[in-house]
Design a protein around this ligand. Structure first.
Ligand code: AMP
Ligand code: GLY
Length: 419
């Protein structure tokens, strides 16, 4: 079958890699793709915010399946349009995408369906927000903010600064004109990917992301500096509880509200002393967790995604994950996340791959025939092994072969699971 993959990051390169290996997939086309994806098939020069052009490309290209990587086109209703035109698509419609597109809506949804989450209130002005404000508190821009809309404020000053950024400085535009103020939770965080066709569901192996820039979870939040899978903190017993208390009520809630959700539901969890609670929902695969999770299951992902898109998913078609562990380490530019250095020449990818690791492109470009940096997070190096330690060895050995000026990565990926 012919598959159109939408997106351009490391997550999409991992999705493209998984689709390209699927015997059901004869042609893979990406929009806009990246230099890693261009080795797997044609890349169309259409960015993810060009809804109309994406729709036209999907229609005129006779695709059997469209897989949407990022959230923006889903929130904007691309999946609805494709489905209306009879094109199977992996990804929810704009109604289901509200779970990510509006944190205020997601909180109300969780209240309606008694899904455990942090206590919160939603505010629409600075005055309302600062009334009876106490710290610590978590300040969340309700709308999409490219992963930058959350501040975990330890002090009132920090909380006020975050609120001013939303309401006075317009830092997130409309996305920040509604704010969710939330109780700060404590515990281990874990990402759970649930694939569902609106009727049946299955959970993929758990994973844990490392959001802080520096070792020991220090420094500013980033889009993610690495991930490993599975996350041992989500034991079989805890997973059962999460399915009962969170996953099933969420999927039942969607269905009761008439939302036909087909795609991936990312449940961001905090395992608190009172039990598992939802920190956030995302309506697409996580980045960089996907890069660690997908290689741990030998699967014809093309067929699996198609069955989800056609609401014909049979959970027993999802293969069990291979034994062992998987690690993804992000190679970033020197000053990421403050800034990203573009145009630096990247070398050593083939040598890195020769060690047995996978190298996914996250922020790269071709310039005058050379591969160069094009974003803060440049490459994702993925290793697998019989143990987490072995997987880390594979990843770090491969990472040593890769070079670009100022390249930086965390040296402690997986430290929680190792200790
Ligand atoms: P998000 O951008 O929604 O992924 O949130 C970024 C990070 O903020 C999460 O990964 C958590 O580490 C943290 N966070 C979000 N909500 C809470 C909360 N209620 N309590 C503590 N930390 C939180
Ligand atoms: N890894 C966090 C996210 O994809 O939102």
């Amino acid at each position: 079958m012919r598959v159109l993959l939408i997106g351009s990051g490391g997550r999409e390169h991992a999705l493209g890699w998984a689709l390209h290996r699927s015997s059901s997939v004869t042609t893979l086309v990406s929009a806009p793709g990246n230099p890693g994806l261009s080795a797997l098939g044609e890349c169309l020069p259409i960015t993810v915010d060009q809804s109309e052009a994406l729709f036209e490309a999907a229609r005129s290209g006779n695709f059997d399946l469209v897989v949407v990587g990022p959230e923006v086109p889903l929130v904007e209703g691309l999946a609805d349009r494709l489905r209306d035109a009879g094109i199977p698509v992996f990804g929810p419609g704009s109604d289901g995408a509200q779970l990510e597109g509006s944190k205020a809506w997601a909180k109300e949804f969780m209240t309606r369906h008694k899904i455990p989450t942090a206590a919160s209130r939603t505010v629409t002005s600075l005055e309302e927000a600062t009334r009876e404000l106490r710290a610590p508190i978590v300040v969340k821009a309700s709308g999409l903010a490219a992963g930058k809309g959350v501040t975990v404020a330890e002090s009132l000053e920090e909380a006020e600064a975050a609120l001013e950024a939303c309401f006075e400085n317009d830092r997130f535009g409309d996305s920040g004109h509604t704010v969710v103020l939330e109780e700060k939770l404590t515990g281990e965080e874990v990402s759970l990917f649930v694939i569902t066709d609106g009727k049946q569901y299955a959970c993929l192996p758990s994973s844990q992301d490392h959001k802080r820039a520096f070792d020991g979870d220090e420094g500013p939040n980033t889009g993610g500096m690495g991930a490993y899978s599975p996350a041992p903190c989500l034991s079989a017993v805890m997973l059962e509880r999460v399915e009962e208390e969170i996953v099933q009520p969420t999927l039942n809630g969607l269905s009761k509200e008439g939302i036909d959700y087909r795609g991936l539901l990312y449940v961001g969890l905090m395992l608190t002393p009172e039990g598992p609670k939802v920190i956030e929902y995302n309506v697409r695969f996580g980045d960089p967790e996907t890069q660690a999770v997908l290689p741990s299951i030998e699967q014809d992902w093309g067929l699996l995604f198609l069955s989800i898109a056609k609401a014909a998913f049979n959970p027993s078609d999802l293969k069990a994950p291979s034994a062992g562990a998987s690690v993804c380490i992000v190679a970033a530019t020197e000053n990421y996340p403050e800034s990203s250095d573009k145009g630096l020449v990247i070398e050593g990818i083939e040598e890195a791959e020769a060690t047995g690791a996978l190298v996914f492109h996250a922020g790269t470009a071709m310039k005058h025939g050379e591969l160069v940096t094009a974003g803060g997070r440049v490459l994702n190096v993925v290793g697998r092994g019989a143990t987490l330690k072995e997987a880390l060895d594979v990843s770090y050995t491969a990472l040593d072969r890769v070079r670009f000026s100022g390249m930086r990565f965390r040296k402690d990926i997986g430290f929680r699971a190792l200790s």
